[in-house]
Unconditional design. Structure first.
Length: 658
């Protein structure tokens, strides 16, 4: 595995010290819409998945994910898609301070199909788009000088205006000891050499493009491309002659991507045959989608190159990243993390289908950057039967429940603002009565959970039947799947197997949909419980390969909390945490459970419902109070619990400080 043809060559590139950034990426920044129906003609595709795209943006994203301090230099429109792109890059740790907002143009868009392993119909919607309208004023010399390297992709030399902008950036880089990288990234359609709908064609010979590229090649320290891309850069009829033509005008290190053969690195004279150069043979995987593989390759290469790794290691990282991305649907979201990449490279010989490997996919899911929730105060009003019964008991129409839940969202918003709890507030809301409330809560930055279980079902049933995965398609990604299961490790084998099968189906659906999963484990009240009953139930779910992001558990003793902590740390150190459930307990009982949970390192907060909403909701449904009073009373109850929770934590902090 991963054998090089000849001994590795050293990476002797010198980088300036003390720079804020490792790499600045100048070039395409667009939205990719990938067909979800694999095998269909683009004409027949019925739905698309939306991802960050554009070669430069993919590399900025990929290098940031691999730990480099990357920055993006480009432009987006003043539109929803532009905000999606900048938010996506920023969330991955990429500096977007120099992504300008163009009020006159829209963000670029690409539509892609996956017909078969070798056919990927592609349409670029880039007519007068924002990222091709960068101005000379957008190129800040101080910003360029803040980086060890500057990467530019070939498309940004394809028009006169972008050529001038790119050359100015290169001038700033050369003057400030910034290493320069060219990703040839040859797309004939973007040079006007193929039909507007023919984005799939990768090579059309053009003497004018070759002549144009050869004027810029001397400006680069590292040039990366496929054999076809080096042939357009060199203009000769074969790869060696083309490489010699490139070498005649450039002393750069040349990296030739050779697809399943790996890659070649040439740091000096061009050999008589490409196989005589330093070649690194990567692992072979089954291809799902080659689009974006080159961007992943270069992300991996740069992560080694900028950290002074020798070229063998640079190529290993590059080929590993490329192999993982070609085995997955997307490009940018498919980029590996360091943890995931290390696991793949250590086990690559056994991972011919890395996109189908459960361990690798789990590492990809849990090791990417994601929002942290270190403390959660969650108001749970996802109850369905309880609200129906409240309405019935108070002579109110069932139709009033949705409005009631919207008022509870308003109460949560007022609590967040009054107590300064941004990043610590959450809600549990159902879709049956709470659809409008869910819509009102979504997009506020709250932790949002939604139940999927049929209320009271034991054995577990889902609210929409067994086809739970098809229902999750309509959920926003920020929504967390919440499932209450009545589970006892000493139940009959038949009952346990049914529960476990349902939970495994739900877990698998969550892996596909990308939603986080919270499991609320409550032993059925008809069975006796020992101190370790919940512990054994959680352990059993880990044993059968279920790793939810969150656990929701009843109050426990300090000893039980420590046992749960040890289990979670052993089985799933990436678990987001445990939250306390309320079960309509009295405030003093909840306070005692908050105190007991201080012993836990995994307990992140509480999720309480009826203790907060029951009495205010009853009075509102009975017509005893108005909307404002309902909000006020719900707030008072919620804020009382928050104060008790915070006081218990502050007490511990003071003791530790003493």
């Amino acid at each position: 595995m991963n054998q090089s043809i000849k001994e590795s060559i050293n990476n002797t590139t010198q980088f300036a010290a003390g720079r804020q950034h490792d790499v600045i990426c100048l070039g395409r920044l667009a939205v990719d819409l990938y067909a979800q129906q694999i095998g269909a003609r683009l004409e027949d595709v019925t739905s698309f998945a939306k991802y960050l795209g554009g070669s430069s943006a993919n590399i900025a994203f990929g290098t940031a994910r691999l730990g480099l301090r990357s920055a993006m230099l480009s432009a987006v429109g003043d539109d929803h898609m532009g905000r999606f792109l900048t938010e996506t890059l920023a969330a991955e740790g990429c500096d977007v301070s120099h992504v300008s907002i163009d009020p006159q143009r829209l963000t670029a868009l690409v539509m892609l199909g996956l017909k078969d392993r070798a056919t990927f119909p592609l349409i670029f919607y880039r007519e007068n788009c924002a990222d091709m309208a960068l101005r000379l004023d957008d190129i800040d010399e101080a910003f360029i000088a803040s980086s060890k390297s500057l990467l530019i992709t070939g498309t940004h030399f394809s028009t006169q205006a972008m050529h001038q902008v790119s050359m100015l950036a290169l001038d700033h880089a050369r003057r400030n000891n910034v290493r320069t990288v060219l990703d040839i990234d040859y797309r004939p359609v973007l040079w006007g050499l193929s039909g507007k709908a023919d984005g799939e064609t990768r090579f059309v010979s053009s003497a004018s493009v070759t002549a144009h590229l050869q004027t810029i090649l001397p400006q680069f320290d590292l040039i990366v491309g496929t054999e076809e891309e080096f042939m357009i850069a060199g203009g000769a009829p074969d790869i060696i002659a083309s490489l010699r033509a490139v070498r005649a005008v450039s002393g750069a290190t040349l990296v030739v991507k050779r697809g399943p053969l790996g890659c070649a690195v040439i740091d000096g004279a061009i050999p008589a045959d490409l196989d005589e150069a330093f070649n690194y043979r990567g692992v072979q995987v089954e291809v799902m989608n080659v689009l974006g593989a080159g961007d992943a390759f270069l992300s991996g290469f740069l992560s080694g190159w900028l950290n002074h790794a020798d070229y063998s290691r640079c190529c290993q990282l590059a080929n590993g990243c490329g192999a993982l991305v070609v085995a997955r649907h997307a490009c940018a979201p498919a980029m590996p993390t360091p943890l995931e990449l290390d696991h793949f490279l250590a086990n690559a010989a056994q991972l011919r289908q890395p996109g189908q490997d459960a361990t690798l996919n789990r590492l990809h899911r849990v090791s990417v950057k994601r929002r942290q929730w270190n403390e959660l105060c969650v108001f749970a009003f996802d109850h369905r039967n309880q609200f129906f019964e409240l309405a019935q008991q108070n002579g109110a129409s069932e139709q009033r429940i949705p409005a009631l839940k919207c008022l509870l969202v308003q109460a949560v918003a007022e609590t967040e603002a009054a107590l300064g709890l941004a990043g610590k507030i959450g809600v549990l809301i159902d879709g049956r009565y709470g659809e409008d409330a869910l819509n009102a809560a979504t997009g506020r930055g709250w932790w949002i959970g939604r139940p999927v279980e049929l209320p009271g079902s034991n054995p577990l049933q889902f609210d929409w039947g067994r086809s739970i995965g098809s229902h999750l398609i309509s959920w926003p990604k920020e929504h967390v799947i919440k499932c209450l299961v009545q589970l006892h490790p000493d139940d009959s084998v038949e009952a346990r197997l049914e529960q476990e099968a349902q939970l495994k189906a739900l877990y698998d659906a969550a892996q596909v949909s990308g939603h986080e999963l919270l499991l609320e484990v409550i032993p059925p009240k008809t069975m006796a419980c020992a101190p370790d009953t919940v512990y054994r139930a959680v352990k059993r779910l880990y044993n059968i390969g279920i790793y939810p992001e969150w656990w929701k558990l009843e109050s426990m003793t300090a000893q039980q909390w420590r046992a749960i902590d040890a289990l979670v740390q052993e089985r799933d150190p990436h678990c987001r945490g445990v939250v306390l459930l309320g079960l309509h307990a009295a405030v003093d009982q909840l306070a005692a459970s908050f105190d007991a949970s201080i012993a836990s390192a995994t307990c992140r907060g509480f999720m309480v419902g009826r203790t907060i909403f029951h009495e205010p909701s009853r009075r509102w449904l009975a017509g005893e109070i108005d909307d404002a009073q309902l909000i006020g009373e719900a707030r008072a109850n919620f804020e009382q619990l928050i104060a008790i929770w915070q006081a218990s934590r502050q007490h511990v902090a003071l003791e530790q400080a003493a």
